[in-house]
Design a protein. Structure first.
Length: 179
């Protein structure tokens, strides 16, 4: 079945983003996406909970977030909490962080690091234990999540054959939305 979504920039005033997401829901759109480039636009991790409180059916999420600016454990915890707050309507598009990292002078996350962090985020945000490896340290991280909701749907944003390999290995679907 064909579904439709809308992507709304988290530009000021934040009320406009919420208004457009509500309008999309009223017109039968299935998805409402926003961006996660914290320097370029307003903080969407603050505005998406407001959108969740003012909508009831439309699925909400980032197109895309990344595991390179935000600590992946915080991202996983936020999505798990939002899955509860939104009554199971969260979706996640995740990529290497081209715009949000480059604007602060950083390169996108390397493919191997991206794959490892995405695997950990997927497990933690869905209430399962995950493994975190970084800066020479390893940790088994326990997850907490409210029960009764399905797993957060997640798609990986990748361009080029080498960058698509993690998606194929993990059997993730591509993040679908604006290019």
């Amino acid at each position: 079945m064909l579904s439709f979504g809308v992507t709304v920039l988290p530009d000021p005033p934040y009320q406009r983003m919420i208004e457009l997401m509500k309008l999309a829901e009223q017109h039968g759109f299935e998805y409402a996406w926003t961006y996660d480039s914290h320097i370029l636009w307003q903080e969407s991790y603050a505005t998406l909970p407001l959108a969740a409180a003012q909508t009831s059916k439309i699925k909400l999420g980032h197109f895309v977030t990344n595991p390179g600016i935000r600590d992946p454990t915080i991202t996983a915890s936020w999505y798990a909490t939002m899955q509860d707050i939104s009554d199971g309507r969260m979706v996640m598009g995740i990529g290497r962080g081209d715009s949000s990292r480059r604007v602060v002078g950083l390169q996108p996350v390397k493919v191997a690091e991206f794959e490892q962090r995405c695997a950990m985020i997927k497990e933690l945000m869905n209430g399962r234990d995950g493994r975190l490896e970084r800066e020479g340290a390893r940790a088994e991280v326990g997850a907490r999540r409210a029960s009764g909701h399905p797993d957060v749907d997640r798609g990986l944003r990748a361009e080029g054959a080498r960058r698509r390999r993690p998606r194929r290995r993990r059997r993730d679907h591509p993040a679908r939305g604006p290019a």
